[in-house]
Design a binder for this molecule. Sequence first.
Ligand SMILES: [Zn+2]
Length: 173
Amino acid sequence: MASFFVIAYLLSKRNKDGGTSSAPVSDSLSEAKIKTLHPKVRDKAREFLNKAEKQGIKLRIVSAYRTYAEQDALYAKGRTKAGSIVTKAKAGQSSHNFGTAIDVAPLENGKLNWKGDWKKIASIGKSVGFEWGGDWKSFKDQPHFQMNFGNSLAELRSRYESGKKENGYVILT
Ligand SMILES: [Zn+2]
């Protein structure tokens, strides 16, 4: 009898989130990006994408973890390199450099729609705990979502640069 209740409990627990909240996401490119994120953020990113998909929005993660070198290359765009400016962050000044940020866009008929329903996407992202770049005052970044667990970028940077890392990722407190 006891095991019946255990099974019933497990089933009810699974049904609450459909059993998919932190399951791998359906888009394999996004899942590959998720695997580069800080371990503490991976399941949150999955939860975000799975929740959005349930609400009819299939998101693709177009950017996740970025090395310092990759960040500097991005910063050069529109400044010392061709193109338009896409970031105000140099190496170590972006949550992407610590694996705690993702850039997403809705995938519609196989194409990214940069003019998606950002309000709805933001509300889903925030509901799982992400901070939204669209709320920023100086440089609105609608595709950007980050989760730094109350740590400032300066804290993450100094901790990371002084070697307070685990498996290559900054230790989040
Ligand atoms: Zn971003």
